[in-house]
Design a protein around this ligand. Structure first.
Ligand code: ADP
Ligand code: MG
Length: 317
């Protein structure tokens, strides 16, 4: 697949091309969590939707929610992607106070959905095709509340264990307009499918935005990842700022450090959160409490036959 060229950025030494890849985290629409029967309802009293599994009590075992699996398959088909008939859940190990298991159940080497593509509409009647690398299922974490007491932080596990789909794009996006059009289109597909409500204000859809710059057609540059963006407008602003920042560093003779950054909407700037050198070794391994997911062709075909009309089909009609 060849990416559609985007708006180049003028630097002191000539034109620069921006390269962008997005990781979209979409909360799966389902009544119950990914591995427990607890409710996914938003806005309940803290810790009112928490089963013993979600609280990671010793000896509790996860049980896969068939509805969440079906939603991921439906989403994969809606993204014109390969459905993998066998996929595996892995433990991604790290400590965080809102994650009582001490690991997140995710998918690493064998995700439920493989490569696909999404066509996005651009200004002037143009379009671009963006490749999808993969889609995998994973658990969401709980939430820390730091503003309720001057001396203590609290943990709300209502969101702990809710199913997320992580949709990873290829680095096929070439400017802020394409990135905004891509998130808009993916959100629209998810909404047509009813697999995620796409509510970015509630955090039900959020994106990590990977940005690098290069001389047009040159080798890929080092990327920075801007975490947890929950507004399409801000995604555009963050890309514009980040591309400029990287170009200035390189043109001044510097090099880009691969790092994780945060966007400050008040200042319109990104700032460093942590460098990749500090990145965790997650020690992924297959979760021994869960069997691999295995589907028949008939299961996938049946889901495919029952999909609603999607945005592209509606447009064509
Ligand atoms: P990680 O877990 O390290 O973030 P992932 O494979 O989950 O890695 O995601 C990488 C994301 O970064 C993908 O969306 C990919 O398209 C994008 N990406 C990879 N290389 C580059 C690059 N040089 N410039 C911009 N984006 C990139
Ligand atoms: Mg990432």
């Amino acid at each position: 697949m060849t990416a559609t060229s985007g708006k180049l950025v003028k630097g002191a030494t000539g034109d620069w091309e921006v390269v962008i890849g997005l990781e979209v985290h979409a909360q799966v629409t389902s009544n119950a969590k990914l591995f427990s029967g607890a409710s996914t309802e938003f806005g309940g009293e803290p810790n009112s939707h928490v089963s013993l599994v979600d609280a990671a009590m010793p000896g509790m075992l996860p049980v896969i929610n068939a509805q969440c699996v079906k939603q991921a398959v439906r989403t994969g088909l809606g993204l014109n992607a390969q459905i993998n008939l066998r996929s595996v859940f892995d433990r991604k190990n790290y400590f965080y106070a809102d994650s009582p298991q001490g690991y997140q159940i995710s998918q690493y080497k064998s995700p439920i959905v493989g490569e696909g593509e999404v066509t996005v509409e651009l200004e002037g009647g143009k379009s671009a095709t963006i490749g999808i690398e993969r889609l995998h299922l994973e658990q969401d974490a709980g939430k820390l509340l730091h503003d309720q007491s001057p001396t203590m932080s609290f943990v709300d596990l209502n969101r702990s264990g809710v199913a997320l789909m992580e949709i990873v794009s290829k680095p096929d996006i070439r400017d802020a307009e394409q990135a905004k059009a891509y998130v808009t289109k993916v959100r629209s597909i998810l909404r047509y499918l009813g697999t995620c409500d796409g509510d970015m204000e509630k955090g039900n859809l959020r994106a990590d935005v990977n940005v690098s710059v290069r001389k047009p057609g040159g080798p890929l540059g080092t990327r920075c990842e801007i975490k947890n963006m929950n507004s399409i407008t801000f995604i555009g602003q963050a890309i514009e700022y980040e591309a400029r920042r990287q170009i200035e560093i390189i043109e001044d003779g510097g090099a880009i450090d691969q790092e994780t950054r945060l966007f400050d909407p008040n200042k319109g700037e990104t700032r460093s959160m942590r460098s990749k050198e500090e990145a965790h070794d997650y020690r992924y391994f297959p979760d021994p409490d869960l069997l691999p997911l295995e589907f028949t062709d008939a299961y996938v075909a049946e889901i495919k036959a029952s999909l609603p009309e999607l945005p592209d089909q509606k447009n064509a009609r």
